[in-house]
Design a protein around this ligand. Sequence first.
Ligand code: AMP
Length: 282
Amino acid sequence: MLLFKKSADLGNYLERLRQEGLAIGFVPTMGALHQGHISLVEQSREESGITVCSIFVNPTQFNDSKDFEKYPSTIEADIDKLEAAGCDVLFLPSVSEIYPDGTALAAHYNLGYLETILEGKFRPGHFQGVCQVVERLLQIVKPHFLFLGQKDYQQCMVIKKLIALTGLPVHTIVCPTLRESDGLAMSSRNMRLNPGERAKAVKISETLSFIRSSIRPGYLPDLKERCRQYLTAEGFKVDYVEIADAETLEPQEYWDGHQPLVALVAAFLNEVRLIDNHPLHP
Ligand code: AMP
């Protein structure tokens, strides 16, 4: 695996491969890699001639400075995992490499209502930062395929919107959420949980499974409220338990029994904020 720290060097290297006709697959990450990230690398290797992974903890997408400071970093282990997975290129840029003109937002991305609901509502500015870094990375890597995890359901929609707004010629491929054996969605933030919190964290995916098995056509607020109360009683500080349209992510109050939905949860266990979702296909 080749490691690049400078965007110009990476850009030149990839340009040569592009001219040889190789399809470039790209997996952007913030590191502290787990099998969920690696599954994206594996998917990219199946679909692309060359797989590029980036590790960059993007300061502009953290609305909470403590969360940024405490974001786990395991770079040596990450490199080993990427190498074992057959990743071809790792891009490991510094903040000044990604933001040569500083981290102030240069552009405003018109994300519409997507930015006013769920993660957009509870993490103000988060998706602007995500768009800022993803646009910059896409301009450097110029991939044919971009691999994203469904674990970050709303982020996938935001990035698709960014690609539509900018007209960047990249095809997004959304990959399924990888889970621990008890159902907890894999996440870099899970490393911050102590053993008691880790045991409790599974209740988020259990709640989503409960929604999937107990949802019936009709009004939904009671079900959402019951789940919120359950998680709160278990010691979570709940940002939201929501049931939304699977395509638009608009929160739903009523289900006709046919509309594809997705259930989403965001909740803190002490200082660690966890998110997860389950698509609910009728
Ligand atoms: P992150 O490092 O958290 O920014 O995630 C980098 C990419 O990995 C994003 O596209 C995430 O959606 C994806 N990802 C994170 N966790 C998982 C998981 N458990 N399963 C599949 N993909 C994931």
